[in-house]
Design a protein around this ligand. Structure first.
Ligand code: FE
Ligand code: CA
Length: 505
């Protein structure tokens, strides 16, 4: 028997004794426990840097652990490009967010970590192209991976694809306890504390399919409501408000940052976390990542006896829906976006949380107040900027609604002759259940700007973007309750950068 495995066997056999008597041997004790159970990840790629992430796991971790990392230009780690170390602290769940600098643009790298005598699995990542370089972007959008609603064949499939970047647009975890008949149950109940949020992330991240997708590509990650609580906005949720809600947000944001490949600069300060940011992809595209939760005005026409939260309302019964002052992004973020549009690049991609296109479910106007329909003036300002500045290559990417929607975005959704100013691809969920397809079929004729609406599909949307076109391919899981399900292409759309509006491809 190899001496290392003999030592491991020995330690596991006498773990109780060691725990009591051998506190002077932290290294030996630690070797017994898997330390990288949550895998590795990378994110926020820049031309010269990328964030490398892991989190140490297991019992008996010291308050601070030095974690070595190395980044190589080959999978076998023969050519180490840069190495360094980070201090993984208990106060931040022993998470590591390393930021190697001085890298070359537009190339693949491999990375791994070492701590407590153990080496992590290897991850692969890629830097963004140089700001002035010609580029092509192969990416995918994903959202809404409710664990107790379905298996994650979508991740297993995505991990095998040829992508430069994955954009995760929200609902990475769900805060609920699971019903007794769930396909696979959440550990613990409704999330309220930092420890509970951490445990939920750990449960999700233990899944090999999700780890494979993280290890294969860099991600750009934003959060939506369920990383905190369903339908929250700013400092209100359906059940909490004020300091109680901000305390919940602090715990939730901390756990989100601890478990995602986010830069140190995004580490939350109490309940505040600057999520909106830009990522440029050569001369080809500017990606604007938005935050539609933290700075929004309160939901319109909140039900009596609730402090916040959303509803479906006839527009005529809720005057606030037409209030020109209300904002989904907050005025400061609206200004940041207005000032950041890039007319030099072919594409401006908005990586944001939810469906932007108008979606009425009644001929006289009925709106779900949680999404852009609840903040129509905010949408109008945004699309007005796009029209005014004549930016033809604006593509809005979203999630949240657990359905694939492909849409023309217009300044007036009621005018069939109104010009199309931007294109939208709202991707369906990885696993979260959708509303009935019958309800979507009934709404489609009321919303003729929607080219496609499929709430009965789970999966993701893949994009191949270059100077000539943006090709979107809807990838759909055949059997959402089967982890080994095939994933198939179910539709293709093409956007011409000079002519807004998706066309069937
Ligand atoms: Fe969701
Ligand atoms: Ca959501």
């Amino acid at each position: 028997m190899h001496s290392d495995s003999r030592r491991q066997v020995l330690l596991s056999g006498v773990a109780a004794w060691i725990g009591a008597a051998c506190s002077h041997l932290p290294e030996a004790r630690a070797a017994d426990v898997p330390r990288y159970e949550l895998g590795v990840a990378s994110g926020d790629p820049r031309p010269d840097s990328v964030v490398l992430w892991t989190r140490l796991t297991g019992v008996d971790l010291p308050p601070a652990v030095t974690v070595q990392w190395e980044l190589a230009s080959d999978e076998a780690f023969r050519q180490i490009v840069v190495r360094g170390s980070e201090n993984a602290e208990a106060a931040w769940a022993h998470s590591v967010h390393a930021e190697p600098a001085g890298l070359e643009p537009a190339r693949w790298y491999w990375y791994r970590f070492r701590a407590l005598g153990q080496q992590s699995p290897v991850g692969r990542t890629r830097t963004a192209p140089a700001a002035d370089a010609e580029a092509r972007l192969k990416t995918a959008i994903a959202s809404c991976q409710r664990y107790d609603h379905g298996e994650w064949a979508a991740w297993q499939h995505m991990a095998t694809q040829d992508l430069d970047l994955v954009m995760f647009l929200g609902d990475y975890i769900y805060e609920y306890g699971s019903p007794p008949d769930a396909l696979r149950a959440h550990m613990g109940g409704h999330l309220r504390t930092l420890e509970q949020y951490r445990q939920r992330y750990a449960q999700y991240k233990r899944e090999p399919a999700l780890q494979a997708a993280h290890a294969a590509f860099p991600w750009l990650v934003i959060a939506d409501d369920h990383e905190v609580e369903n339908d929250y906005g700013a400092d209100r949720s359906p059940t909490l408000s004020g300091p109680e809600m901000l305390a919940l947000r602090s715990a939730a944001f901390q756990a989100w940052w601890e478990h995602q490949p986010l830069p140190k600069a995004l580490r939350p300060q109490g309940p505040d976390l600057r999520m909106h940011r830009r990522l440029d992809w050569g001369r080809l595209a500017r990606i604007h990542a938005l935050d539609d939760r933290q700075y929004r005005d309160p939901h319109a026409c909140v039900a009596p006896r609730r402090v916040g939260g959303a509803a479906t309302l006839m527009n005529a019964d809720c005057a606030a829906l037409a209030d020109p002052k209300r904002s989904l992004l907050g005025l400061a973020q609206e200004r940041w976006l207005a000032e950041g549009w890039d007319p030099q690049r072919r594409w401006n991609l908005l990586a944001q949380q939810t469906l932007m296109a108008r979606y009425t479910t009644h001929p006289e106007g009925r709106s779900w107040t949680d999404g852009w329909d609840g903040y129509a003036a905010s949408r109008q300002r945004l699309l007005g900027q796009v029209a005014e500045r004549r930016l033809p290559g604006v593509v809005v990417l979203g999630g949240d609604v657990h359905a694939n929607f492909v849409a023309d975005l217009k300044l007036d959704f009621d005018d069939s002759k109104a010009a199309v100013v931007a294109s939208e691809f709202c991707g369906t969920s990885i696993s979260s259940h959708g509303r009935s397809q019958a309800s979507v079929d009934a709404a489609l004729p009321l919303n003729p700007h929607l080219h496609l609406g499929r709430s009965d599909q789970r999966g993701y949307i893949a994009f191949d973007i270059d100077d000539r076109q943006c090709l979107a391919t809807l990838m759909t899981v055949e059997r959402p309750r089967d982890a080994a399900s095939p994933v198939r292409e179910t539709a293709r759309f093409i956007v011409d950068p000079a002519r807004p509006g998706p066309q069937r491809g």
